[in-house]
Design a protein around this ligand. Structure first.
Ligand SMILES: Nc1c(C(=O)O)ncn1[C@@H]1O[C@H](COP(=O)(O)O)[C@@H](O)[C@H]1O
Length: 174
Protein backbone atom coordinates (compact mmCIF):
# COMPACT_ATOMS: atom_id res chain seq x y z
CA UNK A 1 0.00 0.00 0.00
CA UNK A 2 1.44 3.39 -0.88
CA UNK A 3 1.70 5.83 2.02
CA UNK A 4 -1.08 8.36 2.56
CA UNK A 5 0.43 9.99 5.65
CA UNK A 6 3.91 11.48 5.82
CA UNK A 7 5.44 11.50 9.29
CA UNK A 8 8.43 13.81 9.24
CA UNK A 9 10.61 15.25 11.98
CA UNK A 10 13.46 17.67 12.33
CA UNK A 11 15.85 15.00 13.59
CA UNK A 12 15.96 11.30 14.32
CA UNK A 13 16.23 12.32 17.98
CA UNK A 14 12.49 13.18 17.75
CA UNK A 15 11.56 9.58 16.93
CA UNK A 16 10.96 8.39 20.53
CA UNK A 17 8.17 11.00 20.69
CA UNK A 18 6.97 10.70 17.09
CA UNK A 19 6.77 6.91 17.14
CA UNK A 20 3.36 7.18 18.85
CA UNK A 21 1.92 8.72 15.67
CA UNK A 22 3.14 5.75 13.66
CA UNK A 23 1.66 3.32 16.20
CA UNK A 24 -1.75 5.03 16.03
CA UNK A 25 -1.70 4.74 12.24
CA UNK A 26 -0.69 1.07 12.54
CA UNK A 27 -3.78 0.47 14.70
CA UNK A 28 -5.96 1.78 11.87
CA UNK A 29 -3.91 0.02 9.17
CA UNK A 30 -3.10 3.33 7.50
CA UNK A 31 0.01 3.32 5.33
CA UNK A 32 2.60 5.97 6.17
CA UNK A 33 6.17 6.96 5.45
CA UNK A 34 8.73 8.27 7.92
CA UNK A 35 11.63 10.65 7.26
CA UNK A 36 13.88 13.34 8.70
CA UNK A 37 13.16 16.65 6.98
CA UNK A 38 14.60 19.77 8.62
CA UNK A 39 13.64 23.28 7.57
CA UNK A 40 16.75 24.61 9.27
CA UNK A 41 19.32 22.03 8.25
CA UNK A 42 18.06 20.97 4.81
CA UNK A 43 15.81 23.79 3.59
CA UNK A 44 15.86 22.84 -0.09
CA UNK A 45 14.92 19.21 0.61
CA UNK A 46 12.19 20.42 2.98
CA UNK A 47 10.66 22.59 0.25
CA UNK A 48 10.88 19.72 -2.26
CA UNK A 49 9.22 17.34 0.22
CA UNK A 50 6.37 19.77 0.82
CA UNK A 51 5.91 20.64 -2.83
CA UNK A 52 5.83 17.00 -3.97
CA UNK A 53 3.86 15.48 -1.10
CA UNK A 54 0.37 15.81 -2.63
CA UNK A 55 1.48 14.61 -6.08
CA UNK A 56 3.12 11.58 -4.47
CA UNK A 57 -0.26 10.58 -3.02
CA UNK A 58 0.09 11.79 0.55
CA UNK A 59 -3.13 13.13 2.09
CA UNK A 60 -1.88 14.38 5.46
CA UNK A 61 1.51 15.41 6.84
CA UNK A 62 2.43 15.00 10.49
CA UNK A 63 5.47 17.12 11.31
CA UNK A 64 7.26 17.00 14.64
CA UNK A 65 10.09 19.24 15.76
CA UNK A 66 11.70 20.51 18.95
CA UNK A 67 13.06 23.87 20.04
CA UNK A 68 12.70 26.53 17.36
CA UNK A 69 10.24 24.24 15.60
CA UNK A 70 9.74 25.84 12.21
CA UNK A 71 9.30 22.64 10.23
CA UNK A 72 5.49 22.23 10.51
CA UNK A 73 4.78 25.83 9.55
CA UNK A 74 7.27 25.86 6.70
CA UNK A 75 5.82 22.64 5.30
CA UNK A 76 2.32 24.09 5.57
CA UNK A 77 3.49 27.05 3.50
CA UNK A 78 4.56 24.88 0.55
CA UNK A 79 1.90 22.13 0.53
CA UNK A 80 -1.88 22.32 0.11
CA UNK A 81 -2.25 19.25 2.38
CA UNK A 82 -3.34 19.45 6.01
CA UNK A 83 -0.31 19.61 8.31
CA UNK A 84 -0.46 18.44 11.92
CA UNK A 85 2.31 19.83 14.11
CA UNK A 86 3.75 17.95 17.06
CA UNK A 87 5.76 20.04 19.55
CA UNK A 88 8.66 17.85 20.70
CA UNK A 89 9.95 18.66 24.19
CA UNK A 90 13.72 19.02 24.51
CA UNK A 91 16.03 19.29 27.52
CA UNK A 92 15.27 22.96 28.19
CA UNK A 93 11.93 24.83 28.38
CA UNK A 94 9.80 21.65 28.57
CA UNK A 95 8.51 21.93 25.01
CA UNK A 96 7.03 25.40 25.51
CA UNK A 97 9.45 26.68 22.86
CA UNK A 98 8.32 24.05 20.34
CA UNK A 99 4.66 24.57 21.20
CA UNK A 100 4.75 28.32 20.71
CA UNK A 101 6.87 28.00 17.56
CA UNK A 102 4.26 25.73 15.99
CA UNK A 103 0.93 27.00 17.28
CA UNK A 104 1.00 30.74 16.53
CA UNK A 105 0.75 30.58 12.75
CA UNK A 106 -0.21 33.65 10.73
CA UNK A 107 -3.68 33.61 9.16
CA UNK A 108 -3.71 31.81 5.84
CA UNK A 109 -1.19 29.10 6.77
CA UNK A 110 -2.90 26.65 9.16
CA UNK A 111 -1.11 24.02 11.22
CA UNK A 112 -3.24 21.78 13.45
CA UNK A 113 -1.11 21.73 16.58
CA UNK A 114 -1.46 18.91 19.09
CA UNK A 115 -0.23 19.00 22.68
CA UNK A 116 3.44 18.85 23.64
CA UNK A 117 4.58 15.32 22.75
CA UNK A 118 1.02 14.59 21.55
CA UNK A 119 2.11 12.40 18.66
CA UNK A 120 -0.57 9.77 19.34
CA UNK A 121 -3.29 12.36 18.90
CA UNK A 122 -1.57 13.54 15.72
CA UNK A 123 -1.87 10.00 14.34
CA UNK A 124 -5.50 9.78 15.43
CA UNK A 125 -6.30 13.18 13.93
CA UNK A 126 -4.74 12.09 10.63
CA UNK A 127 -6.95 8.98 10.76
CA UNK A 128 -10.03 11.16 11.30
CA UNK A 129 -9.12 13.43 8.39
CA UNK A 130 -8.81 10.37 6.15
CA UNK A 131 -12.01 8.87 7.59
CA UNK A 132 -14.03 11.90 6.49
CA UNK A 133 -13.91 10.41 2.96
CA UNK A 134 -13.77 6.74 3.89
CA UNK A 135 -16.88 5.10 5.36
CA UNK A 136 -15.04 1.96 6.40
CA UNK A 137 -12.38 3.92 8.28
CA UNK A 138 -15.09 6.11 9.81
CA UNK A 139 -16.71 2.94 11.19
CA UNK A 140 -13.41 1.84 12.72
CA UNK A 141 -13.00 5.27 14.30
CA UNK A 142 -16.47 4.95 15.83
CA UNK A 143 -15.53 1.51 17.22
CA UNK A 144 -12.35 3.00 18.66
CA UNK A 145 -14.34 5.77 20.36
CA UNK A 146 -16.78 3.23 21.78
CA UNK A 147 -13.83 1.30 23.20
CA UNK A 148 -12.54 4.46 24.89
CA UNK A 149 -16.01 5.02 26.29
CA UNK A 150 -16.19 1.46 27.64
CA UNK A 151 -12.75 1.74 29.21
CA UNK A 152 -13.64 5.01 30.94
CA UNK A 153 -16.92 3.49 32.21
CA UNK A 154 -14.99 0.52 33.55
CA UNK A 155 -12.56 2.85 35.34
CA UNK A 156 -15.51 4.60 37.00
CA UNK A 157 -16.94 1.26 38.13
CA UNK A 158 -13.61 0.19 39.61
CA UNK A 159 -13.15 3.52 41.39
CA UNK A 160 -16.67 3.43 42.84
CA UNK A 161 -16.19 -0.14 44.02
CA UNK A 162 -12.95 0.88 45.73
CA UNK A 163 -14.41 3.94 47.42
CA UNK A 164 -17.65 2.22 48.40
CA UNK A 165 -15.63 -0.73 49.70
CA UNK A 166 -13.79 1.73 51.93
CA UNK A 167 -17.13 3.11 53.22
CA UNK A 168 -17.33 6.10 50.82
CA UNK A 169 -20.37 7.56 49.01
CA UNK A 170 -21.98 6.83 45.66
CA UNK A 171 -21.08 8.41 42.31
CA UNK A 172 -22.78 9.57 39.12
CA UNK A 173 -22.94 6.03 37.72
CA UNK A 174 -25.45 4.87 40.33
N1 LIG B 1 13.13 22.27 15.04
C1 LIG B 1 14.00 21.66 14.24
C2 LIG B 1 14.11 21.80 12.84
C3 LIG B 1 13.22 22.64 11.99
O1 LIG B 1 12.21 23.19 12.52
O2 LIG B 1 13.49 22.73 10.80
N2 LIG B 1 15.11 21.02 12.42
C4 LIG B 1 15.60 20.38 13.47
N3 LIG B 1 14.93 20.76 14.58
C5 LIG B 1 15.01 20.23 15.92
O3 LIG B 1 16.24 20.28 16.54
C6 LIG B 1 16.17 19.37 17.64
C7 LIG B 1 17.54 18.83 17.97
O4 LIG B 1 18.02 18.04 16.91
P1 LIG B 1 19.32 17.13 17.11
O5 LIG B 1 18.97 16.09 18.14
O6 LIG B 1 19.59 16.51 15.75
O7 LIG B 1 20.44 18.04 17.54
C8 LIG B 1 15.16 18.30 17.24
O8 LIG B 1 14.10 18.28 18.20
C9 LIG B 1 14.70 18.75 15.88
O9 LIG B 1 13.31 18.55 15.65
Amino acid sequence: MSPVVGIVMGSDSDWPVMEAAAKALDEFEIAYEVDVVSAHRMPREMVTYGEQAADRGLKVIIAGAGGAAHLPGMLASVTPLPVIGVPVPLKYLDGMDSLLSIVQMPAGVPVATVSVAGARNAGLLAARILAAHDEELLGRMRDFQQELNDQATEKGKRLRAKVEGAGGGFGFGN
